[in-house]
Design a binder for this molecule. Structure first.
Ligand code: ZN
Length: 451
């Protein structure tokens, strides 16, 4: 990598990158203003706006989004006729959780054992610094060959959708040929990865009623229709014997043809207890990235402490169904509702209510943007080939952007490899990953401009 001038420039900029990341991490920019003052988020937003201005960005603005937070926007014009690339990151962070459990203060960037610790260091203030590094490296080596838009969100971790709704109301703002979402991560540190798919999700609430009121289980139990027992039957019907998800009419045999997730690695990542089997069928990657997965999130029934000898008249559950790409979340919701109704025993009264849903996302990995990124990553990570992984969770903004701009390529990369422990205590970033991914992003912009 050292023979590449862009890589050399990025290496020389790393001390500055560390100092800047330390400044950004010091803002307690949790977008929950009851817990952390708004001024902390404003400080981070202004820091980013200043950084963009000093890189020559135009139209730099703090956008007031409908959830009361601010996104930072800027535009760096490129050569006449060039393509436009939108770079995304977010400056808000998860709360530190248990501050006493942090080895060093959460809002202080501290180097330890070759990693930089601090809340947001990887997710996603490191992403902001990665974008800056990539652009500076290009400027020092012949210029930025594309038009660049930067958008840095202020409430990603809250899920309040400020930027999504702002983008829907101002669809012209974020138009681009390609979008790089710098908020994902390599599958393992050192293994360059794009996240090619995200599962969607649907949430359904189910209520089962059988009696006008609870009954004494001694006097009536045995013949009285028990609503909790009926609900347990319904929930059990959503799984095959091996634990795989079973919803009538919903295919569950799709397979994943990208990077494989070794079973042992999964067991370690998921911290599965010794002797306990994984559930489902197919490869681990099939199960977590390519197939539907049902989870019972909650059941309303009497807690053990204080329970009385009663047959329950009613019971309720909240069910989540993760929906892989290729499935329509609306259709999956209907199938789930129909399944629940069809599998409710004993003529019990059942009602289902959809609580929310989001569509799955699949990138077009055969696009020129992907080829440009693969080439860039092979240079930034010598000896490695770009991998495509899935993500079991969802990024709602991705769906918003994909539906606003159906012809735009979306690439997900970033610093959140497993060791980064994002969202947990002692979050950290690998400076090596920051360096390599910044090189990859810079070379990607160059390759893509030429494609
Ligand atoms: Zn993030």
């Amino acid at each position: 990598m050292s023979s590449n001038p862009v890589a050399e420039t990025v290496a020389s900029l790393m001390p500055r990158a560390k100092a800047e990341l330390a400044e950004l991490v010091a803002f307690k920019s949790v977008a929950d203003f009851d817990q952390f003052p708004r001024s902390e988020s404003e400080g981070a937003a202004n820091w980013i706006a200043d950084a963009l201005r000093s890189e020559g960005f135009e139209d730099v603005a703090l956008l007031d989004t409908p959830d009361g937070t601010q996104s930072v926007y800027g535009y760096l014009p490129g050569p006449e006729g060039a393509k436009t690339v939108l770079l995304y990151a977010h400056y808000d962070v998860q709360p530190p959780l248990d501050e006493a459990a942090w080895t060093t203060p959460p809002f202080e960037l501290v180097e330890r054992d070759g990693r930089w610790y601090g809340r947001g260091s990887a997710d996603c203030k490191g992403g902001v610094v990665m974008h800056l590094l990539a652009l500076r490296a290009l400027k020092a080596n012949g210029g930025v060959p594309v038009h660049v838009k930067v958008i840095v969100e202020g409430s990603e971790e809250q899920g309040t959708g400020g930027l999504e709704r702002y983008a829907e109301a101002h669809p012209e703002l974020l138009t681009a040929d390609t979008i790089v979402i710098g908020d994902a991560g390599n599958f393992r540190a050192g293994l360059p990865t794009v996240t090619a798919t995200l599962r969607g999700m649907t949430l359904v609430r189910v209520q089962v009623d059988t009696l006008e009121g609870n009954l004494h289980s001694g006097q009536f139990g045995g013949a009285a229709p028990d609503a909790l027992a009926a609900l347990i039957r319904v929930l059990d019907s959503l799984r095959a014997k091996d634990g795989s998800t079973k919803v009538d009419g919903l295919a569950a045999d799709s397979s994943w043809d990208g990077l494989q997730y070794e079973e042992q690695a999964f067991r370690e990542d998921a911290k599965v207890l010794d002797g306990v089997e994984l559930i489902g069928s197919g490869t681990v990657a099939d199960r977590v990235w390519a197939r539907p997965a049902v989870t019972v999130l909650g059941i309303d029934c009497p807690p053990v402490v204080g329970a009385t000898p009663s047959v329950q008249a009613g019971a309720r559950a909240l069910i989540s169904l993760r929906v892989p790409p290729g499935f329509d979340a609306v259709e999956a919701t209907k199938l789930l509702q129909a399944h629940i109704e069809a599998h409710t025993p004993w003529g019990a009264r059942v009602s289902t209510e959809p609580i929310g849903q989001g569509q799955a996302f699949r990138a077009d990995t055969s696009s020129p943007a992907y080829a440009s990124m693969a080439e860039a990553m092979a240079v930034a990570y010598p000896g490695q080939e770009m991998q495509s992984a899935g993500m079991g969770g969802s990024i709602p903004l991705c769906n918003t952007l994909a539906s606003l701009y159906p012809d735009t390529e979306i690439l997900l990369i970033g610093l959140s490899e497993p060791e980064a422990q994002i969202h947990a205590v002692n979050e950290s970033v690998s400076p090596d990953e920051l360096e390599r991914l910044s090189v990859a992003e810079a070379l990607f912009l160059r390759n893509y401009a030429a494609s």
